[in-house]
Design a binder for this molecule. Structure first.
Ligand SMILES: [Zn+2]
Length: 118
């Protein structure tokens, strides 16, 4: 558990923690915000901040944003409804669509629940 980790479970304080760590733009969606900033529950970021294992929980790669959103086999079930052409697009383009903003938010949410189980 990172310092202040328990705060992350307390409603409005959630966003404030992210803002403190990052200091840049804040988005409404706590989980999606982590995709934009590259901060949050991504194992690589956790490793930098809290000296944690940078490996993804699948143990196949480092838990970078790219790996978690697009590669991780543990999260394949969350990508099944994605349009077929997503692989030809850049992350920044995908983030322009409501569909992918929601999809990425769902992935980060799942990762968060694994990293900080209740
Ligand atoms: Zn993985």
């Amino acid at each position: 558990m990172p310092p202040g980790g328990k705060f992350w479970r307390h409603g409005n304080n959630v966003g404030q923690v992210v803002l403190t760590l990052d200091g840049s733009t804040q988005y409404d969606d706590f989980f999606l915000n982590q995709v934009f900033t590259g901060h949050g529950v991504f194992p690589c970021h956790q490793a930098r901040l809290f000296v944690k294992d940078p490996q993804c929980t699948c143990r196949r790669a480092d838990g970078s944003i790219f790996h978690v959103l697009f590669e991780c086999q543990k999260l394949t079930h969350l990508r099944q409804s994605w349009p077929r052409n997503w692989q030809r697009k850049e992350l920044t383009d995908l983030l322009k669509t409501e569909f992918f903003r929601r999809a990425f938010s769902d992935i980060v949410k799942e990762l968060f629940n694994v990293a900080f189980p209740l």
